[in-house]
Structure formats: C-alpha cells, structure tokens
Design a binder for this molecule. Structure first.
Ligand code: PMP
Length: 353
C-alpha cells in the first residue's frame, strides 16, 4: 500500500482537506434540557403515529414509491403549485445536497455568513468554489454585496439561522431579480415567520424554496424535507436524486403530518408565544436579542457587571451545560461569538433556563 501507507491517502485530495459537518450535540442519558438544535418540544400530530403503525405491515418488504408522489401532490395542494414543482428528500439537507450537486459543481456557490453551516460542507464535498457574503451587525440582507456575486446558485436562509431574522418578500424579490442563477430560500423555519417566499414562486423561475419536517412538524427523527421550484428545476433535481431517497415510513408519516395543518398551526403559534415572551424577558435584563421569526432566539447575554462579549457568552454556555441545559454557541466569528442561540422549549424547559 502506498498513498503514504494509509488508506486516507487514496481519498480525493479535496476530501482529504475538508471537515465534515458537525451536528449539534446529541446528549446521552436523561435529565437534559435539550434546546440546542431547534427541535420542536412538542410531539407531532397524533395522525402521524397512526399512519406509521399502518405503514409498518408487510409492505416494508417492498421499496417505497421512488417519486414520493402522494407527498408531492399534498405539498402542491398546500402551496398552490403543481406536483411537478415539488421534490422530496431525506431531510431538507438531502434536497440542499441535490441543489449543490446539480447547480454548483463547475461554478461557485454563494451563501451568507452567518447562515446554515451545512452549505460550505456540501460545497466542499463537490469541490465547488464558494463566494461567502458577510452580514453586518444589522443582520439585514447586504444588497450591494449580493449584486456583485457571480455564481449559478445562491443560498439565503430565511428566517436566518442562527440569528432568527426573517427577510421580507420585498427584500428577497430584490435579490432574486438581480441574480443570474438559482436563488434557494431555505425556509426551514418558515412556519414561525410572518411572510413566506413560496408566494414568489409564481413570479420567479429561478427561485427554489426548501422546507423541512424537522422543526414545526416535530418530526426531526423522521428525516423529511422538500423543495418547491419551477418544474424544469425539479426535473434536474430528479436526475440527481437517489432512486428511493424517502423511505416508506417517512412518506406515510409525512403525508399524515401535511394533512393536519390545524395541528401544525396550533403548535407553531404556541412556540411563537413562548418565544416572544422570553425575548421580552431577556430584553428587560438588558440583553440584546434579534427579532426572531423562528423557533429560537439569538441573544447576547450580559454579566452582573453589565458586560457582554465572547467571554460572557462562553461562561453562560458552560454554566448552562453544567446544569444539563444544552444551548448552541458559535465562537468562530466576531458577529456571533458574544451570542447564544437558544431554541424555544416548552414552558417547563424555559422556566429552568
Ligand atoms: N436548513 C436550516 C436553516 C436548518 O437549520 C436545518 C436544520 N439544522 C436544515 C435546513 C436541515 O433540516 P433537515 O432536518 O430537514 O435536514
């Protein structure tokens, strides 16, 4: 064996250099207040359990529907598009991966910083160039910098993560109109937001909107997400997709969840009420908090002396952890290192925080 006597050396050079995605910490054992990965503190619609039980029978021997047609039809109805404009994936991460593979390999991909930290990893795997566009402290879209981006695909997380700031359809339209390529609006948190970019699909053929079942639907464990786009974009993504990328149980459970919109709306409204209450409480303490349109708050804590900063945020992060409360800390940038991202939990969890 050559390759420096290690099988590692046989891997593609760009893979040898890259780091994989680091998911939020998943603790073992009981007693944790786990508010670090923006999961839903409430269970999914009861209709999901019934659908999963019904799907558990003999049919698990058989492959699932390769195109997840029933899901495409239901999502199309929900969003006022045609089923040809919908594609499902094994989590929205799968759909984001398809988008990078289909639209970015030969040309760079672009995304904002800070936003969802999976985009650079997906680009790293494909060895695409990347154009990173920084936010400033306002965390509003930097239009002038975005106008100069030359890429075939641009990712905008809205509401953004980790800040929670949502972008209006007017602001998104301005970017989409000025961009010569595909604009992906990653709407993982859209059910907690005031406006949805899905309304813009009828107007812009270069818009792709992605959604997930991991947050508002309370189904992170099921791994299901989708994209809405022009039918030509979906046709391209279908070429790249694994043949059976959504398993039978996810298709059955996801369909039941999609059909129970009143449950979804009630849970999202409850989470938004808790979010707004705690934002106001923390602001009373003098802690800066971005206006959140998601199921988490990005908050800049102060210590007893009234100081904020990276050391204060890190101390509070460690204090929480020592008390079995898991939140998320992003030390890698001066724009984020004085903040903690706290997912909105249920009332007991929030009281403990
Ligand atoms: N987009 C954003 C902005 C997210 O925060 C997440 C979850 N971490 C995802 C997509 C991925 O969602 P899924 O669980 O559907 O893969």
């Amino acid at each position: 064996m050559s390759a420096a006597n290690s099988p590692f050396g046989y891997a593609l050079p760009h893979i040898q250099k890259m780091h994989g995605y680091t998911p939020g910490f998943q603790p073992k054992g009981d007693g944790w207040v786990k508010i670090n990965t923006n999961e839903n503190p409430y269970p999914p619609s009861p209709a999901v359990e019934a659908a999963l039980k019904a799907a558990m029978g003999d049919v698990l021997r058989l492959y699932p529907d390769p195109r997840s047609e029933a899901l495409r039809e239901e999502a199309a109805k929900l969003h006022g598009v045609t089923p040809e404009q919908v594609i499902f994936g094994n989590g929205s991460d799968d759909v984001l991966n398809l988008l990078v593979r289909a639209f970015a390999s030969e040309s760079p991909a672009s995304y904002l910083l800070p936003s969802y930290s999976l985009y650079p990893v997906l680009c790293g795997i494909q060895d695409t160039g990347t154009i990173e566009v920084p936010f400033d402290r306002s965390m509003e879209l930097p239009f002038e910098a975005l106008e100069k981006v030359e890429a075939k695909i641009l990712f905008i997380t809205s509401p953004n993560a980790p800040t929670g700031v949502g972008f209006s359809n007017a602001d998104l339209s301005r970017v989409i109109e000025g961009f010569d390529g595909i604009v992906v609006v990653d709407e993982a948190y859209a059910d907690f937001a005031e406006e949805n970019a899905t309304e813009l699909l009828a107007k812009y053929r270069n818009l792709v909107v992605t959604r997930t079942f991991s947050k508002s639907y309370g189904l992170a464990g099921l791994r299901l997400g989708y994209a809405l786009a022009d039918k030509e974009v979906v046709e391209i993504l279908d070429r790249v997709r694994d043949s059976y990328n959504v398993n039978r149980l996810s298709q059955a459970g996801g369909l039941a969840a999609l059909k129970d919109q009143s449950y979804l709306k009630a849970v999202a409204a409850k989470i938004c009420r808790t979010r707004d209450y705690y934002r106001a409480e923390w602001e009373k303490l003098g802690w800066f908090c971005y206006p959140s349109q998601s199921n988490f708050l990005f908050v800049e804590p102060r210590n007893a002396a009234g100081e904020s900063g990276a050391a204060v945020a890190q101390d509070l992060f460690e204090f929480f952890k020592a008390n079995k409360i898991l939140v998320r800390y992003f030390p890698s940038s001066p724009l984020t290192d004085s903040f903690l991202r706290i997912s909105v939990g249920d009332e007991d969890q929030m009281l403990r925080v």
